[in-house]
Design a protein around this ligand. Structure first.
Ligand code: WT7
Length: 651
């Protein structure tokens, strides 16, 4: 708790407050704080009736019998109900004027665009669902999707959901070995990929990585490849098939399966405190309900809006707020394949101007990069179509928030700072733009029906402005259901720190108005450019290199990325530190996990500071990495000379 407490002491009281602009509030789905408070009170008094009333907005093949069965820590939402998320995102719009509305407007990094109306998207999804059926994919089978940010990724997800296959999207930036672990953990039967994707003008060679991976994935019997870049590919006879060829062999008729509310929709891997990533399992009805409702209320989506969330679909943000939430609302979604600074640092602003984007949702790390690149880039463009801005992924520092408001939002657009996690499935703490008065750096208050709080380690509530652990005290519809294949870890990790209460892993405080201030992770999880990485994962990658005896990875605050990765490494006897080895170890981590985990700094040392029980004292390493010295308590340190040496190396 020491870091959390010291953070709090250094937090200045934020005095800037921004009520919703009157014109915005008038037209919003939720028009005032009074209206929002009524909803919160209704949800707090009787959460089940509240969620049931909201669930009327979805299409059900069969209505539920019970809203919630809570057998801690296992929840069953809308038991007895039958539903299909692909039906909710597509078919139900076809009976309305939205049939010919743009569902997806996609732009590739090289600049080409493709648009799919709801009708067209429906056709593609039905066809691909038939392709999956022909490939013998059955209800409950797992399908890995390792793809660039192209429409086919959304199509593949919706096709899986249509027939009840469970998708596992693996971010295209992960390496071939990271892909192997994820495919094997879920025993995926099929992989969908592309020849490659474009990123900053370079081809990301996805199929090559899949070829490498499939040597070690016995459960996979077929691979379907989208032709995206056109680069030459080796296609293994009997195993590899071109997407476009298979799509010609099927018809466009594929009714959506009537699935149980709790049918497994997807697995998405995220980092935890051990080396092994956790397969977070989400199911159908509750997930859809909360993704749907948060999209509607938090982004205030209207039929005439063009909405753009810049996240890659490989992360949960892309699942909930590029694909399922917006499409369920019948929105028009902009999708972009590539980097924000390609060909120039104004790529996003050219796109907002050209497509007349109304709602824009991005990450603090991107905002900090925009600030660094300079105001001249956004200033060159007409951003007047924007009416709402959002951020997610890490705490946003108040100065970045103010820049976003001024330079991008022209002091006109409300900002929604949305706190949530892969595990929560959907937004949990957030402003509602027509109702909430915002203040830079705070995610404000819980969404109606989310019983979030800040507590001490032993489950006592803390007072205003006191730091503690962020918790959720009651089950919510889009919560994770388990960790794939490891229910024990699910219980331990999330529900046992404080018995029966969900433990988010973040430190937080509430101010005098009850607003939440998220202070970041309090476990060994670090947030680099909005991506979650376990220090233990990077350590295992380092130790898997023959020269490394032991490794300890810590985060160092970084103006741009939030955190940068510093690795302290001790070597096996026969190896000596060198620049060459430094480079080799960095490359080794990229090979094991992906470029997102590449250490910024590797420090060779004779020994690591440990407690008498042998636990590495990361706190000391963090201090050394950050300030070069150690001010905190060192009484449990086993060997003081280690610290002296690390300090000396720093100087
Ligand atoms: C962790 C979850 C959920 C979308 C992307 C990240 C941090 C997320 C905020 C925010 C402060 C935030 C937390 C959380 N985080 N949003 N608005 N303010 N911190 O998903 O990879 O599962 O990471 O991101 O530390 O625990 P994720």
């Amino acid at each position: 708790m020491s870091t959390v407490t010291s953070n709090i002491e250094s937090v200045l009281q934020e005095e800037r407050h921004f009520p919703p602009p009157a014109e915005f509030a008038q037209r919003a789905h939720i028009k005032s704080m009074a209206e929002l408070e009524t909803l919160r009170a209704e949800a707090a008094a009787d959460p089940e009736s509240f969620w049931a009333r909201m669930a009327e907005e979805l299409h059900w093949f069969k209505r539920w019998d019970t809203v919630l069965k809570w057998d801690p820590p296992h929840a069953e939402w809308f038991g007895g109900g039958r539903i299909n998320i692909s039906y909710n995102c597509l078919d139900r719009h076809l009976a309305t004027w939205r049939r010919n509305k743009a569902a997806l407007i996609w732009e590739g990094e090289p600049g080409e665009t493709r648009t799919f109306t709801y009708q067209q998207l429906h056709t593609e999804v039905c066809k691909f669902a038939n392709v999956l059926k022909h490939a013998n994919v059955k209800r409950g089978d797992r399908v890995a999707l390792y793809m660039p940010l192209i429409p086919e990724l959304a199509i593949a997800m919706l096709a899986c959901a249509r027939i009840g296959a469970t998708h596992s999207v693996v971010f295209g930036g992960f390496s071939s070995s990271a892909l192997v672990d994820r495919i094997n953990d879920a025993s995926c039967k099929l992989v969908v990929t592309a020849d490659g994707g474009w990123r900053r003008g370079n081809e990301v060679k996805l199929k090559t990585a899949v070829d490498e991976a499939l040597k070690e994935c016995p459960s996979v019997n077929a691979c379907i490849v989208v032709r995206r870049t056109g680069s030459p590919q080796h296609m293994q006879e009997g195993r590899d098939f071109w997407w476009h060829e298979l799509m010609e062999t099927v018809d466009a008729n594929c009714p959506a399966e009537e699935l149980d509310s709790e049918h497994p929709l997807y697995i998405l891997y995220t980092s935890g405190t051990t080396g092994k990533p956790k397969g977070i399992l989400h199911t159908t009805a509750g997930y859809l309900l909360q993704a749907h409702l948060t999209t509607k209320w938090v982004f205030d989506i209207k039929d005439e809006d063009l909405y753009w969330c810049t996240a890659d679909i490989g992360w949960v943000t892309g699942h909930s707020y590029v694909v399922y939430g917006p499409l369920s609302n019948g929105a028009s979604v902009l999708m972009y394949e590539g980097a924000p600074n390609f060909p120039e640092p104004d790529r996003f602003w050219t796109m907002i101007e050209r497509h007349r984007v109304n709602i824009f949702y991005t990450a603090p790390t991107a905002i900090r990069a925009f600030i660094k690149w300079g105001d001249q880039w956004p200033s060159k463009h007409d951003l007047s179509s924007l009416r709402l801005l959002g951020t997610v992924g890490e705490p946003i520092n108040p100065e970045a928030w103010m820049w976003y408001r001024k330079v991008i939002g022209k002091e006109r657009c409300p900002i929604v700072d949305t706190w949530w996690q892969t595990e929560t499935g959907a937004i949990a703490i957030t402003p509602i733009p027509g109702a909430t008065t915002t203040t830079p750096g705070s995610a404000t208050l819980p969404f109606p029906g989310i019983d979030a709080d800040v507590m001490t380690r032993d489950g006592k509530p803390v007072g205003a402005n006191q730091g503690g652990y962020l918790v959720i005290k009651r089950p919510w519809p889009s919560m994770l259901r388990t960790i794939w294949g490891d229910d024990e870890r699910y219980k331990q990790q999330y529900w046992s720190q404080i018995e029966g209460i969900y433990f988010a892993g973040d430190g937080a405080r509430r101010d005098n108005d009850g607003y939440f201030w998220i202070m970041g992770r309090i476990d060994d999880v670090i947030n680099v450019s909005g991506h979650r990485l376990g220090t233990a994962e990077i350590e295992s990658a380092l130790v898997s290199h023959g020269a490394v005896a032991e490794a300890a990875v810590v985060a160092r605050p970084d103006d741009l990325k939030g955190s940068s990765i510093v690795a302290f490494v001790t070597l096996e006897g026969s190896h000596n530190p060198s620049d060459g080895l430094n480079q080799e170890l960095r490359a080794h981590v990229v090979k094991e996990i992906g470029a997102l985990a590449r250490p910024d700094d590797i420090r060779f040392t004779d020994a690591l500071p440990k407690t008498r029980s042998g636990k590495i004292m990361r706190r000391l390493l963090r201090e050394i990495a950050t300030s070069g010295t150690v001010a905190g308590d060192v009484t449990t340190l086993e060997d003081f000379s280690v610290l002296e040496k690390l300090r000396a190396e720093e100087e």
